[in-house]
Write a protein that binds this ligand. Structure first.
Ligand code: TXA
Ligand code: MG
Length: 387
C-alpha cells in the first residue's frame, strides 16, 4: 500500500451553508470529508472516484476487502447505483428511508468504484436521516461512499471531537453537526429467498423490520457476530456466506469456568478480532443481576490488587454496586436508546482515563438492545462470560 498521507491540514467546518458548499466541493474534487449522520459520523468520498475511495481506506487503516456503504440523498441516485430489486427492499425503503437502515442491493456494474464494493456484485446503500448529510450529498451531486469516521477497530465517532481524535491530519475536513442522535451504526440487511437477513443489527430494530416488511427476519447470534468479520467494526458475514445463528440473537455460551477456572474468560475465535474496541481489555458479562455483580466485583478487585486500572461499564440502576477506578454509566435499563447514544463515548472515556481492564454488563437483546449487545460483544473481542 502507498504511504499514508498524514499531517495534512484537517479543516473543521460548522454546519452552515457556506461550509457545506465548501465540503461538497472538496468531495467533488476527490477529497475525503467527515460528516454527521443520525447514526455516527461517516468519512465520505465520491463513490465513483477510485482514488478518493482508496484514500478513505488508507486514512482509516481499513482492510481493502471490507466494502463501504454508499450514501444517497434521493431515490434518483439509487437507480444509478443498483439494478432492479424486489418488493421487500422497496417496502423497506418506503418505511425506513431516510433513516438508519442500509440495504444490500444488486450493484449496477461500473457505477461505483470497485474499491467501494470490494469486488462484490452487490452494493450497500443508505439514505441518512440527517439534514447536514443530505444537504452535503445533494450539493456534492455524487453518491458518497462513507464508512464510520474512526480508525479501523476503534469505537465509531458520535462527536466531531472523536473524529479528530482518530483522523486529525489524515483527512481534508470535518463538518461538525453536534452529537449523533442514534449513536450506533445503521442496521445492514439483505433480502434472501423472501426473508430479510440482518447482517448487522443497528438503529432499525428487527421488530420494526418484520412489521414493515411482513416477512421473516433472521439475525445471527451475538456470539457468532462477535467472532465473524474481517478487521473493522460490524462486518457482517453475509458477503461471504457465513451461517446464520439462533433466532434469539443471543446464543447460550460457555460459563466462566469453561476454560481455566472461574477467573478465566472463555475464548472464542473472535478474540483475535478487535472491533469498536477501547484500548483496555474488555469482557462482556451476561447473567442474573446478582451473579454479574459478584463476578465483576471479584474480578475487578483481583485486577486492582495486581496494580491494574479497572473500569466497569454499567447501567444507572446498578452504578452504586461497583468499586472500580472508572465506573461509567451508559444509560438506564429502562431507556436502552439512551445507552446506544452514549456507548461509544463511554468506551472512549475508558481510554481517556487509561483503564487497562474493563467489564461490561449486558442487556436484554431486544429492540435496540440487540445492536447494543452486538457492539459490546465485538468491543470485547469475543471475551463473553456467562455467570
Ligand atoms: O450508520 C452507518 O452505517 C455508518 C454511517 C456513517 O452511515 N456507516 C458505517 O459504515 O457504519 P462501516 O463501513 O463502518 O460499516 C459498513 C458495513 C460493514 O460491516 C460492511 O462490511 C458492510 O456494511 N457492507 C458494505 N457493503 C456491503 C455489501 N455489499 N454486502 C454486505 N455487507 C456490506
Ligand atoms: Mg465502522
Amino acid at each position: 500500500m502507498r504511504k499514508q498521507q498524514v499531517n495534512m491540514e484537517t479543516k473543521v467546518w460548522p454546519a452552515d451553508e457556506t461550509a457545506i458548499a465548501e465540503a461538497a466541493r472538496t468531495l467533488r474534487e476527490g477529497g475525503i470529508v467527515a460528516f454527521p449522520t443520525e447514526t455516527v459520523y461517516g468519512l465520505g468520498a465520491d463513490a465513483r472516484n477510485p482514488r478518493a475511495v482508496r484514500r478513505v481506506f488508507e486514512a482509516k487503516g481499513r482492510p481493502s476487502d471490507n466494502p463501504l456503504i454508499v450514501h444517497i440523498a434521493d431515490r434518483g441516485q439509487l437507480e444509478e447505483l443498483a439494478l432492479p430489486y424486489g418488493g421487500i427492499e422497496a417496502r423497506l425503503m418506503e418505511a425506513f428511508w431516510p433513516g438508519p437502515l442500509t440495504i444490500v442491493l444488486p450493484a449496477r456494474p461500473g457505477a461505483a468504484a470497485p474499491e467501494v464494493t470490494a469486488g462484490l456484485d452487490t452494493v450497500a446503500v443508505r439514505m441518512p436521516a440527517h439534514s447536514v448529510a443530505l444537504r452535503l450529498i445533494a450539493a456534492a451531486d455524487c453518491p458518497v461512499a462513507a464508512p464510520s469516521a474512526n480508525r479501523s477497530g476503534r469505537p465509531s465517532p458520535t462527536l466531531a471531537a472523536h473524529v479528530l481524535e482518530d483522523l486529525d491530519g489524515r483527512i481534508d475536513g470535518i463538518v461538525d453537526g453536534g452529537p449523533a442522535e442514534v449513536g450506533l451504526e445503521s442496521t445492514v440487511v439483505m433480502v434472501e429467498g423472501g426473508r430479510i437477513r440482518v447482517l448487522r443489527p443497528g438503529g432499525v430494530t428487527r421488530e420494526a423490520l418484520a412489521e414493515a416488511a411482513g416477512c421473516d427476519v433472521i439475525v445471527e447470534a451475538i456470539e457468532d457476530a462477535a467472532s465473524s468479520g474481517n478487521g473493522e467494526g460490524g462486518e457482517p458475514d453475509g458477503a461471504n456466506g457465513g451461517a446464520s445463528g439462533g433466532e434469539s440473537g443471543l446464543r447460550a455460551g460457555a460459563g466462566p469456568g469453561a476454560e481455566g477456572g472461574a477467573s478465566a474468560a472463555p475464548r472464542s475465535p473472535g478474540m483475535k478480532y478487535a472491533h469498536y474496541a477501547p484500548r483496555g481489555e474488555m469482557t462482556l458479562v451476561i447473567g442474573g443481576r446478582e451473579a454479574v455483580r459478584a463476578w465483576i466485583g471479584r474480578e475487578a478487585a483481583a485486577a486492582r490488587a495486581a496494580g491494574c486500572l479497572t473500569g466497569v461499564l454499567t447501567w444507572e440502576e446498578h452504578a452504586g454496586h461497583y468499586d472500580a477506578d472508572a465506573v461509567v454509566v451508559c444509560g438506564s435499563l429502562a431507556r436502552p436508546e439512551q445507552a446506544a447514544q452514549r456507548l461509544y463515548a463511554a468506551l472512549r472515556e475508558f481510554d481517556a482515563r487509561g483503564i487497562g481492564r474493563i467489564w461490561a454488563e449486558g442487556c436484554p437483546p431486544e429492540g435496540i438492545g440487540l445492536a447494543l449487545m452486538n457492539r459490546l460483544a465485538k468491543a470485547a473481542g469475543g471475551r463473553i462470560v456467562r455467570v
